[in-house]
Design a binder for this molecule. Sequence first.
Ligand SMILES: [Fe+2]
Ligand SMILES: [Fe+2]
Length: 340
Amino acid sequence: MRTDALPIHSGLLPRPRGPLSDAVVGALRTGVLAPVDVTDVAGADPFGADLAVALHTCYELHYQGFRDVDPDWEWAPDLLALRRDLERVFERALRAEVAGGADVPAVLDELLVEPIPGTGVSHFLRDDGEWWHLREHVVHRSIYHHKEADPHAWVIPRLRGQAKAALVAVEFDEFGGGHGDRAHAQLYADLMAASGLDTGYLSYFDDVPPQIVAIVNMMSLFGLHRRLRGALVGHFAAAEITTAPSARRIAQAIERLGGGPRTTHFFTEHIEADAVHEQVLRHDVVGDLLDREPELASDVVFGVRATELLEARFGAHVLSAWRAGRSSLLTPLPDHPGPA
Ligand SMILES: [Fe+2]
Ligand SMILES: [Fe+2]
């Protein structure tokens, strides 16, 4: 099967949301990085829109890049130096906000314990979600799912033995098991098409709040730094453990709203796949990594906790908007009749 529906890279630079992102986007647009005062960076809101967009733009040079932007910016020393300063602010804030510890099994087990009744975004969607809520959810998550599993691929050369073999096996599934039309990024594009949304790569980036951008930035931060390989693996395990139950709830929401397999497929695929991935991550990847490098346990815990923190911040933003009857996006979507 051909993959004509693969997301086309829109390639557009994002809209700056403050002085830091203005400096980064301006550099890529004009070819000159204007000097940025380090105190501006240090004083920036570590979870705010400006830093999130600045960092995301730096990272995107390592993924698909931007149309009409010199690819050599990926390794431009002055931009890398600015990225390092932004990362320090972001990572320091993450570490300050999460509890430490090194008991990896206990921290992973905690993820399986859900409050009753559930309070997350997927619970809202299952119980009360309307079609516009679901479409907003799909738009938010597109910022990651257009590059699903790409940030995790950076860690492959940093692992050895069973941990590497098992992580690659999970990545093989995420990338479609040899079939481009089954890559999860493609399944997500299919979901967007079935939902009447633009399937272009990052085409909604300017419409999403910083809470979702921060989650993708965390993955890129953990993936691109070898010293954070434990955190990347912890993040990956946390994501796989929590995805299957939330995917089930979202599939139920779509079915309740009258959607068929074209709209539910991405989620039903993850109910089954991530139940397996969870076990592989816990035992073969995390387990083997810590057998080899037990000193990484606190980093694995950091990766799990940072994921929980940023997911909680994102969920709080979305639910507070929805409960007030407002859009959770910066620009509300046009009306759409219903799921396919
Ligand atoms: Fe996936
Ligand atoms: Fe998965």
